[in-house]
Design a protein around this ligand. Structure first.
Ligand code: CA
Ligand code: CA
Ligand code: CA
Length: 245
């Protein structure tokens, strides 16, 4: 009897947690040389220009959040940068005092601005303006971009054309983790400035982000199923307390 009751409670709770609505992107804002086009449901956005660095940001301090969704380049054309920013503040692309994290992923190796932009996924710290120069292209510290870590499996491997990837980012003041297709790719400790979460493109057109989910970051990262189980047990304990009265 009790086991049947437990199963019923868990079955009732799980679909609620799994059905959280995607983040509404209509309140986000763009910086830089991009064209960010919202879908009608405001749950996906496509950046359509091959141009200088551009971001599309949520305009709120985002430390303490876990953010997940999908990213896809919807063209075979070009081979440049897609990714994210963390701790970004509105105007930082042209702010000499900017301090935020850049997670970028290039499809192919390419020489430009006197250096080679490398295929692969990495995380860098941006300290100052970010423009169409060796900073954004090659993570050149002389132009305000210092690379901190390259990804575990995609560190030197580019994204594929017309291929959807799932991503999850955990952003706290002392730790950042990035997973792609459920595989942890970046995990870095430090002291990080607070600010917005956002999408980032540089010199790559037709990049779509969709189905963004926002949750509270776990204090210690847990397997995806564990928080749901704990929520289920918590609800069950409350019901039991009530039943005893
Ligand atoms: Ca391509
Ligand atoms: Ca290119
Ligand atoms: Ca390009």
């Amino acid at each position: 009897m009790r086991n049947t009751f437990i199963a019923a409670v868990c079955a009732a709770l799980l679909p609620v947690a799994a059905a959280a609505a995607p983040v509404d992107l209509s309140t986000w804002t763009a910086n830089g040389n991009g064209s960010w086009n919202l879908a009608g449901d405001n749950n996906s956005v496509k950046q359509t220009l091959n141009n200088n660095p551009t971001v599309f940001i949520n305009q709120k301090n985002s430390q303490g959040l876990a953010l997940s969704g999908t990213i896809k380049v919807e063209t075979t054309s070009d081979d440049d940068f897609i990714g994210f920013v963390l701790g970004y503040n509105n105007g930082d692309l042209t702010n000499g005092a900017a301090d935020y994290l850049l997670i970028d992923w290039k499809q192919g190796n390419q020489t430009y601005h006197g250096c080679t932009g490398s295929a692969g996924l990495s995380i860098s710290r941006v300290s100052g303006q970010l423009g169409d120069n060796s900073g954004a292209w090659c993570h050149d510290p002389a132009n305000n971009v210092t690379e901190l870590q390259r990804a575990t499996t995609f560190g030197n491997t580019g994204w594929l054309d017309n291929t959807e990837y799932t991503f999850e980012l955990i952003f706290t003041g002392t730790n950042v983790q990035v997973s792609v297709n459920g595989q942890k790719e970046l995990d870095i400790n430090g002291s990080f400035a607070n600010g917005s979460f956002g999408f980032y493109n540089y010199s790559q057109a037709n990049v779509r982000y969709a189905g963004l989910q926002e949750e509270i970051a776990p204090a210690v990262p847990l397997p995806a199923s564990l928080p749901l189980m704990l929520a289920g047990f918590g609800g069950l304990a409350a019901l039991r307390r009530k039943a005893r009265k």
